[in-house]
Write a protein that binds this ligand. Sequence first.
Ligand SMILES: Cc1ncc(COP(=O)(O)O)c(C=O)c1O
Length: 424
Amino acid sequence: MILNRALAGQLDREDPLKDFGQKIFSEDKPMVYLDGNSLGKLPVATIRQQEELLHHKWGTRLIRSWNEGWYEMPISLGAKLAPLIGAGEAEVVYSDSTSMNLYKLAFSALQHQKGRKKIVSDTLNFPTDLYVLQGLINSMGNQHELVLARSEDGMTVSTQELERVIDDDTALVLLSHVVFKSGFLYDMEKVSALAHRKGALVLWDLSHSAGAVPVELNRCGADLAAGCSYKYLNGGPGAPAFLFVTEKLQEKLESPVWAWYGDSDPFAFNLKYSPAKGMKKFLVGTPPMLSLSAIEPALDLILEAGMDRLREKSLKQTQFLIDCAQEYLLPLGFSIGTPVKPEMRGSHVSLRHKEAYRICKALIDPDDGSIPVIPDFREPDNIRIGITPLYTSFTDVFEAIERLLSITKGRIYERYSAEKAAVT
Ligand SMILES: Cc1ncc(COP(=O)(O)O)c(C=O)c1O
């Protein structure tokens, strides 16, 4: 692979999704944004929609708006997301944060699997997933044990390792479909089948896969899932999360949070809770309409682009990045912290370097007039480069590699402090 701006430009011209870049807000100053896996960019249509929401729906219609689409929105938007994650329309709702949804679903699963005492996750999982399980074990009287599958290479977890830890006593397996640091993509079908053979339920965290890779929850036999909307789904900072329960389990599971949005008849104001049928019982309180509404224009864009085309472009771009990194960055002390096999990776690539934090700072905050390049840093030494094929261009990837080269070769990072900011 020859690092070549003209080649990147040619790939951009041939890109069938190139027009989507114009549907995303960008400021006048050039910037290369490679952090859509932490906070997705702002669709232009969302700006218009939020203006209309403020002026008309809140400003003018006020309380009447609840009967003009707001009340049903956690369910109607769930139905819109459903095809992107391979779910049925009545299997997905929006509510709360990913952490809260993981809590609700894990609780339901453990209660349903009474008698089984083991919960399985892995050492690569995002901390909130593990904290939620630890907290649940604590609040359920410390009768369960959390067992973590180990990674031999720090990037992936093998099927043999999962076979070792999942057994007949396992109630629940909770894994991130795409791992947050390494970008490792689990084989959802294989792992779900493995868990089911032992009688365990599987809960998938889709935070790094919804909108990033095609997800087929029902085809793969998934039981439960949750994920966030502010990364590849471009729903905005702190956008409400979603949760999925396979239809087969919906009537069998109970939410741990009994609240009025999950009641069968909230406006009857009954004194005794009676759970709604289906997914509605997993709702809790009044949804945040400003941020919930903002999810819709972004979903429309992804549905229009199509997950298959997005995946095709994402794989080309992550491959371009990996090829360039192998050629130019490995000799400068980098290593690749992401599986190189395409079927084993999601849509971000981690480049590891002992000076990763300072290199990241030099990318984000250039002091020499260069274009800012924005990835993120993940402890201890990962520069995480998020490819969001809806708007990332091949030229963006080229710029990132070129900047990494010059910052590392010229030791420009030495001009930056190693003191960590609160959010990295
Ligand atoms: C894999 C994964 N799960 C869960 C979360 C946390 O989600 P929330 O803050 O919505 O609870 C994140 C956040 O980055 C994540 O990457």
